[in-house]
Design a protein around this ligand. Structure first.
Ligand SMILES: CCCCC/C=C/C(=O)SCCNC(=O)CCNC(=O)[C@H](O)C(C)(C)COP(=O)(O)OP(=O)(O)OC[C@H]1O[C@@H](n2cnc3c(N)ncnc32)[C@H](O)[C@@H]1OP(=O)(O)O
Length: 252
């Protein structure tokens, strides 16, 4: 791998963006490498949770601006589509995903973090969508995911002004789930990942499907999806075992 470091630390699969001298700017190669490793990890039963992070002082400072010089509208469309397909894949990934935001998470970098299920940020992280300052706007799904996460007013402010915000402010608006001290970032993220890995995996997958797709359809359809998914959970070993355990403890 040229642009990422991959670590298997079962049950965690680490994907570490690795162009530290360029603040982990995302080029086409990185998109391909993340995609390919995610495909492999999908079939690796030992891996139950994926953690994304960055090597060095950034999670990622966004799409690689040096590639923009070569872009005409057709190439820009290809680049954006590749990035957007990747973030769609991450959002709908069959295993839980966590973004461990260790520093700058900007533009396309923040869009990767936004497509993860949970975001934990170091207190010294800075987040934002500075694309407007380049005459563009988020193109890896950010306009749509941000508005769903923080609401229209805050999303427009972030995207239209392009200002970076501190982790604490990101937590206040729900852009990140939790802020921790830099030295505890890895431990807190791993604790969270272990907790997720201990949960029934099929039910987690159903939750992601119902929540993600439920947001795209009328509530009546979302509620029906919820009921269908809920019924499917009764076909799992986890449900049988866990309900049985609960009831047998009560009857003693
Ligand atoms: C085509 C479809 C795109 C779809 C949507 C996505 C769009 C985007 O993501 S556009 C990019 C948005 N991001 C930015 O505009 C951030 C750009 N970076 C910065 O503003 C600053 O680097 C900083 C504030 C994040 C950090 O500043 P500082 O600590 O002073 O570090 P340097 O600026 O010296 O950066 C070190 C090194 O990294 C290179 N670099 C940083 N960001 C990018 C980037 N996004 N693309 C390419 N290269 C980047 C920077 O040029 C420096 O490299 P050298 O000059 O070789 O040392």
């Amino acid at each position: 791998m040229e642009t990422i470091i991959v670590k298997e630390e079962a049950p965690i699969g680490w994907i570490i963006l690795n162009r530290p001298d360029k603040l982990n700017a995302i080029n086409l190669k990185m998109i391909d490498e993340i995609w390919n490793i995610l495909r492999q990890m999908e079939n690796n039963e030992k891996i139950k949770v994926i953690i994304f992070t960055g090597n060095g002082k950034a999670f990622s400072a966004g799409a690689d601006i040096s590639q923009f010089k070569e872009l005409d509208p057709v190439k820009a469309w290809d680049f954006a589509t590749k990035g957007r397909k990747l973030t769609d894949y991450i959002e709908n990934y069959p295993k839980p995903t966590v973004a461990m935001i260790n520093g700058y998470a900007l533009g396309g970098g923040l869009e990767i973090a936004l497509s993860c299920d949970i975001r934990i940020a170091s207190r010294n992280a800075e987040l934002g969508f500075p694309e407007i300052n380049l005459g563009i706007y988020p193109g890896f799904g950010g306009t749509q995911r941000l508005v769903r996460l923080v609401g229209k007013g805050r999303a427009l402010e972030l995207i239209m002004l392009g200002d970076r915000i501190k982790a604490d402010d990101a937590e206040k608006i729900g852009l990140v789930n939790r802020v921790v001290e830099p030295l505890s970032l890895e431990k807190e993220t791993k604790d969270l990942a272990f907790k997720l890995a201990d949960k029934p995996q099929v039910a987690l997958r159903l939750i992601k499907t119902v929540v993600n797709h439920g947001m795209d359809v009328p509530i009546s359809v979302g509620l029906t999806m919820e009921s269908l998914g809920w019924s499917i959970a009764f076909a799992t070993e986890d449900e049988k075992k866990r309900v049985e355990e609960f009831l047998s403890k009560r009857s003693k």
